[in-house]
Design a protein around this ligand. Structure first.
Ligand code: SF4
Length: 85
């Protein structure tokens, strides 16, 4: 059976959350070291996301990104109109 990529418009019932989280973990692990923020900055960013009203099930509702991926990148930024990080 052909594997299909999921997007935030998929129905929750169509998503295998465990499989999606595994894919995210693999993506995070493979992201180049030189393009990552430090562990401290990463955790600070995630703490701000966790306190943000725009976070929904690991996804930023302002941009549709998984915040764990967005926060990891040096080029990442908070898309809120009043950026949190
Ligand atoms: S708006 Fe900013 S702080 Fe809020 S969830 Fe999105 S990236 Fe995180």
């Amino acid at each position: 059976m052909e594997e299909r990529a999921h997007c935030i418009r998929c129905l929750l019932r169509d998503i295998n959350a465990e499989e999606e989280y595994k894919k995210l973990e693999e993506y995070l692990a493979s992201y180049p070291e030189e393009s990552r923020v430090s562990e401290d900055v990463y955790e600070e960013r995630l703490a701000l996301c966790k306190a943000c009203e725009c976070l929904n099930q690991g996804i930023c509702t302002k941009c549709g990104c998984f915040v764990e991926a967005r926060a990891l990148k040096k080029i990442g930024y908070c898309p809120h109109e009043r950026p949190r990080w």
